[in-house]
Structure formats: C-alpha cells, structure tokens
Unconditional design. Structure first.
Ligand code: AP5
Length: 218
C-alpha cells in the first residue's frame, strides 16, 4: 500500500509514519528529513533549502521535487511507502501524479491529520528527539519511560529542531493554510482522502490507522 500523509506541522505525521513502518513495513519518505539531511551534509540541495527552512517557508518546488523523486525512484520499498510532508503545493501534487504511473506506483490513500492550530503549537513547542536514534518525544504527551533516557536505544542526549520556535511555527501554519490545505480538496476529488481526528491521543490515532489497514486487507 502507498500512503500520503497530509497535515499541518506537529499534526503527528512523523510519529504515526514511524509506527506504521515498524508494524507494516511501509517505508517512510519524509521530505523534511531528506532536506534536513541535505542541510547537515552541506550539499547543493541543502544550501538551496537552508534559508527557507529556517524561516518556516516552503523550499522551492524544483529543489524539493528533485530530492523527493530521487528517493521515490530508488528507495527499496517492497511493502509500499508513506509520503510524509510531500506534496505541499498544487505543483508538487501534479508532478507526483505525473511521475507515479511511469514507475508502476499509485497513491492508494491520503490520510489527512486534522488538528487545530493552538494544539499544534503546544505539540511543536514540546517536541524533542533522541540525538542517537531519532526517536521522537514530547515533554507532556510522550515523555521517555525513564526521564532523560531514550526508550529505544538507551542514550541520554536529545535535541530540538531549530524551526520549532513560536515565530517560525506561526509562519509554517500560515503557509500550511495557504498552500497545502487546498490539497485536501484535490485528493477528495480523486476519492482518496480519509480525514483522521489528529487531536486524539497517539495510541488512538494509531488504532484509527490500523482500522484503515484492516479494511483494506478485507
Ligand atoms: P517537515 O519536517 O515536514 O515539518 P512539518 O510538516 O512542519 O511537520 P512536523 O515534522 O513538524 O510535524 P509532524 O506532523 O511530523 O509531527 P510529529 O509527529 O513530529 O518540514 C520542515 C520544513 O522543511 C518546512 O517548514 C519546509 O521549509 C521544508 N519542507 C519540507 N517538505 C517540503 C515540501 N514538500 N515542499 C517545500 N518545503 C518543504 O508530532 C509533533 C509532536 O507532537 C511530537 O513531539 C509528538 O510526540 C507529539 N504528538 C504526535 N502525535 C500526537 C498525538 N496524537 N497526541 C499528542 N501528541 C502527539
């Protein structure tokens, strides 16, 4: 199954994608992670993206399309993939629709994470990840079982994303409403959009997604 995760910053797309990857073997393709990796490596793509990302603006379509399509075409993903954070503009969505048939793939469902803005700000302000394995946490909604120790790998170092601050988050939300939210209608027209209540606790959202997999397998 090939899924697309659509939703505002902090809606829980990455959290659920990692859980699905573990349980169902679908490969998470996160455009944000690809771009952050490019920035960390100092590649040409990273240099082109850095300033946009630090402001919470969208990286230009041609830059994003290049790096995301490279992964879609070459990543090993026998069970399918989850596109997390891509597409974010009409042009990206149309380019994806043009690419997929040429590589024998199609999007089966678009999971739309519905969460209101104030809750998103709380989510992003409390988010941090393990520096060693990348496991994600939240100081209120998902603290480690033992304070200061990663549940997954046992390391003790954590980091926060540079763009997870109030000013950048306000801009990311405005960009989401102007550029990305209209894609919900685009995928509703294709009959692929499934709206999910992203305000529910993490395990409840996971259960909703499990039901979608079960219905698909039936
Ligand atoms: P990106 O990395 O994609 O960030 P984003 O869309 O802003 O989304 P986030 O990663 O912030 O949120 P998420 O939904 O994954 O939330 P999470 O699961 O972590 O993009 C970063 C930047 O890159 C963009 O601003 C842009 O510059 C650029 N970019 C990327 N893609 C692009 C594209 N296609 N085109 C152009 N530019 C692009 O959850 C958040 C927190 O909440 C966590 O702490 C988690 O533990 C907690 N949490 C999750 N779910 C729940 C729940 N149900 N209940 C309680 N807490 C929860």
């Amino acid at each position: 199954m090939n899924l697309l995760f659509l939703g505002p910053p902090g809606a829980g797309k990455g959290t659920q994608a990692k859980l699905i990857e573990e349980r169902f073997g679908l490969r998470q393709l996160s455009s944000g992670d690809m771009l952050r990796d490019a920035v960390a490596k100092g590649s040409a793509v990273g240099k082109a993206a850095q300033d946009y990302m630090s402001r919470g603006a969208l990286v230009p379509d041609e830059v994003v399309l290049g790096i995301v399509f490279e992964h879609i075409k070459h990543a090993r993903m026998p069970k399918g993939f989850m596109l997390d954070g891509f597409p974010r503009t009409q042009a990206q969505a149309e380019a994806l629709d043009a690419l997929l048939p040429s590589i024998g793939r199609a999007i089966d469902k678009v999971l739309v994470f519905d969460v209101d803005d104030q809750l998103l700000i709380d989510r992003v302000e409390g988010r941090y990840t393990c520096t060693h394995c990348g496991e994600g946490y939240h100081h209120k909604f998902k603290p480690p079982r033992v304070a200061g120790t990663c549940d997954k790998c046992g390391h003790h170092d954590f980091k926060r994303r540079a763009d997870d601050n109030a000013e950048t988050m306000a801009h990311r939300l405005a960009v989401y409403h102007a550029e990305t939210r209209p894609l919900i209608a685009y995928y509703q027209t294709q009959g692929k959009a499934v709206i999910i209540d992203g305000t529910a606790p993490i395990e409840t959202v996971t259960g909703i997604i499990d039901d979608i997999f079960a219905a698909d397998a039936a």
